[in-house]
Design a protein around this ligand. Sequence first.
Ligand code: MD3
Ligand code: FE
Length: 204
Amino acid sequence: APEQIAEGAWLLRGFVLSDADRLLDAISQVASQAPFRHQITPGGYSMSAAMSSCGEWGWVTDRQGYRYSTKDPLTDQPWPAMPDLLRQVAIDAAAASGYEGFNPDACLINRYETGAKMGLHQDKDEADFSAPIVSISLGAPITFMFGGLARTDKTSRWKLEHGDVVVWGGKSRLFFHGVAPLGKRSEHPQTGPMRYNLTFRKVT
Ligand code: MD3
Ligand code: FE
């Protein structure tokens, strides 16, 4: 049963466990066409999480800024199509959380290795905040942090494990969030010291 972790935010523990092998295969397929890469922030830093994308839109960052693009800047090709399995589990997880009719047009794939992290931020590069964001965790566990609408709001911490899904809608859609550095002892039998996070979004 979904567990509420904030206004509009639901944690579905193990929701994709039975699909996990096929999801990892789908990630490999996407990455064979749009390789994982460490993007550069507008401030000139390399992100510690490596990223790829599939679907109509991919999230990119470089010295010019953050944005969504229909083309992979590495290959100058459109992003790989969103595999049907990925789309379907995202739609199902949204529906199980009360968000019927979710129709994602972007799937960002983050890959964390030991020590990789993501600082507190808001996701606001999308045109429409009425759609939720669905996130799927696979591989090594990590500590997820989330706060409120202000950067200085108190944060709570949640362990996200292989097969877990979180759906963020309503008020929580714009809450600050991030992940703590992937621990030295954090591993999973199928991915070793790597964690993958898929985030499904409605960009346009
Ligand atoms: C809460 N990814 O890609 S997933 C991101 O684990 C991102 O890779 C993290 O933050 C990761 O932008 C966190 C959980 C998550 C994703 C999107 C959210 C939480 C969110 C959007 C709004 C509020
Ligand atoms: Fe985010």
